[in-house]
Design a protein around this ligand. Structure first.
Ligand code: HEC
Ligand code: HEC
Length: 206
């Protein structure tokens, strides 16, 4: 019951409060695709492009929603989600307390102590278990991304489209007050992934 009450407070405050603005932290830059042209060997260039894109893929904004256990994590420290949220019933969380109870269609300011905003997106849900990235190193994530059994049966072209245009992916560059943006821009990130696929989608060495 206490958990439900907490959820209602979050949902209510998200609906009407204006909350603190919060100053945005400077965005870590991403190298442009052109800066990799000096690497003559396409396989090496490909792996280097993926390593650069890895700055985004391994940022807390992505990893928090791609956890190894069915529990999302929060913040740049990737601490356990408060209140405890176990998504064993499905990607939307427990039936009585789905993600959308607190996560609205957009980021919402709050007056809750220590929380500048509740992140939001119309499709807010946990990444399925086979797409877990936490606990893997970058070569491991790279291999998983290419594996149709673990990437939602996507072709490499579909992975490019997902990285470039998906709304949940895009949220990482508009994460709401109190959170660091993913490095660079979604456009720059999408260009790196596209160039990675065009050069043979080679993974960095383990
Ligand atoms: C709010 C939670 C959330 C956030 C934040 C999030 N994802 Fe996901 N991600 C998901 C869900 C849910 C799916 C499964 C969707 C599907 O298969 O249609 C998914 C699937 C994916 C996939 C396709 C499957 C795979 O793993 O190969 C990629 C690629 C991906 N996400 C990349 C990212 C990147 C890059 C970021 C950060 C810039 C990110 N995601 C942030 C929830 C999230
Ligand atoms: C009872 C309310 C509530 C429910 C239900 C809830 N969340 Fe959250 N969630 C929050 C709040 C509040 C924050 C912001 C905490 C902060 O920034 O310190 C948050 C933050 C997050 C973050 C961190 C984003 C980041 O990068 O820092 C993720 C990921 C997340 N929630 C995923 C989920 C998922 C997935 C579900 C459903 C399975 C869910 N949440 C259900 C309240 C909730």
């Amino acid at each position: 019951m206490a958990l439900c009450a907490a959820a209602l407070v979050f949902a209510a405050s998200a609906a009407w409060s204006t909350g603190p603005g919060g100053t945005a932290a400077p965005v870590t830059p991403l190298r442009p695709v052109a800066s990799f042209e000096g690497i003559r060997d396409p396989a090496k260039r490909s792996a280097a492009l993926f390593a650069e894109a890895g700055k985004v893929i391994q940022s807390p904004r992505c990893l928090n929603c791609h956890p190894a256990a069915r529990i999302p994590t929060q913040g740049d420290e990737m601490r356990q989600h408060v209140p405890l949220m176990v998504a064993t019933d499905g990607n939307h969380g427990p039936r009585g307390l789905p993600c959308a109870t607190c996560h609205g269609a957009d980021n919402a300011p709050t007056f809750a102590a220590g929380i500048a905003s509740v992140p939001g997106n119309a499709h807010w849900q946990l990444a399925p278990v086979e797409m877990a990235w936490q606990g893997l190193n970058l070569p491991g994530i790279c291999a998983q991304l290419k594996d149709p059994r673990r990437n939602g049966s996507r072709s490499l072209d579909q992975i490019v489209t997902h990285m470039k245009t998906d709304h949940l992916v895009g949220w990482a560059w508009n994460p709401g007050a109190g959170r660091t943006s993913a490095p660079g821009t979604q456009e720059g990130f999408g260009a790196l992934i596209e160039a990675w696929v065009k050069t043979g989608a080679h993974c960095p060495a383990a």
